[in-house]
Ligand binder design. Structure first.
Ligand SMILES: [Zn+2]
Length: 239
């Protein structure tokens, strides 16, 4: 009898929500890697506590989880916390997913910095297109958020927001916090201590050497200059 009850329990549907497509009608690529975001009531998972799954849980021809490539890169995805400019958690959990070529280039830049006792710390990587819409709904201002109708390089998996850290993960001074909107964050801004200018220059030169392009307004943002990647709605799993 006990076995019968157990058998019936096993047949009952699970309490997990079934995968839902949260896409838009724009020109997103058709990804076969749709996964359900966990319920909104689930507890936040600190990025550093994420166990790497034995097997990649995404289409490896299209994506790479940076943590699988190099575990020594610091990952502090700010949109998985409330420590960001909208002060709201936008990702269920923090994973730095990128197009494979961009991920390999980041890892190569990190290895180069490691020889100087430094490291890269990732602040944002691929940003799913539905999250771009969520950001836009909060801040519909092109000065601060890319218009999701056009999409950004983050929505294509080909941009990174990052900073320099020492070997323990402590961030080097860069003159402004991440997502600071003002001239002080512009790479051309010079009224900063020499040490800050040197840190910005080291990050910029290293990233450019590995195929990334800076932008005019944010010292932390670099876009990968490789292929022209499509926008994507792929959502990563949380563990
Ligand atoms: Zn960015």
């Amino acid at each position: 009898m006990r076995n019968l009850i157990l058998f019936i329990l096993l047949l009952l549907p699970g309490c997990q929500a079934s995968p839902e497509k949260q896409g838009t009608e724009t020109d997103n690529e058709t990804d076969s890697t749709w996964v359900a975001a966990p319920g909104i009531d689930s507890l936040p998972t600190p990025a550093e506590a994420l166990p790497a799954p034995d097997q990649p849980d995404y289409d490896t021809a299209r994506w790479t989880d940076l943590a699988r490539l190099d575990t020594s890169i610091f990952i502090d995805m700010r949109y998985a916390t409330t420590d960001n400019f909208v002060q709201e958690k936008m990702y269920e959990c923090g994973r730095c997913i990128l197009r494979p070529e961009a991920a390999r280039a980041v890892a190569a830049a990190h290895r180069e910095l490691q020889r100087q006792g430094l490291a890269l710390k990732m602040l944002d990587c691929y940003r799913p297109h539905p999250i771009q819409w969520k950001l836009w709904e909060k801040v519909p201002d092109r000065r601060y958020v890319s218009d999701p109708r056009k999409g950004s390089m983050h929505n294509r998996g080909a941009a990174v927001d990052l900073t320099l850290a020492d070997s323990t993960g402590r961030e080097l001074p860069m003159g402004t916090p991440y997502d600071f909107f003002g001239p002080e964050a512009h790479p051309s801004y010079q009224a900063l201590p020499d040490s800050v200018l040197a840190n910005r220059a080291l990050l910029r030169e290293t990233m450019i050497r590995h195929g990334f392009r800076p932008i005019r307004t944010e010292w932390w943002h670099y876009s990968f200059g490789g292929k022209n990647y499509a926008l994507s709605d792929m959502l990563w799993k949380c563990y």
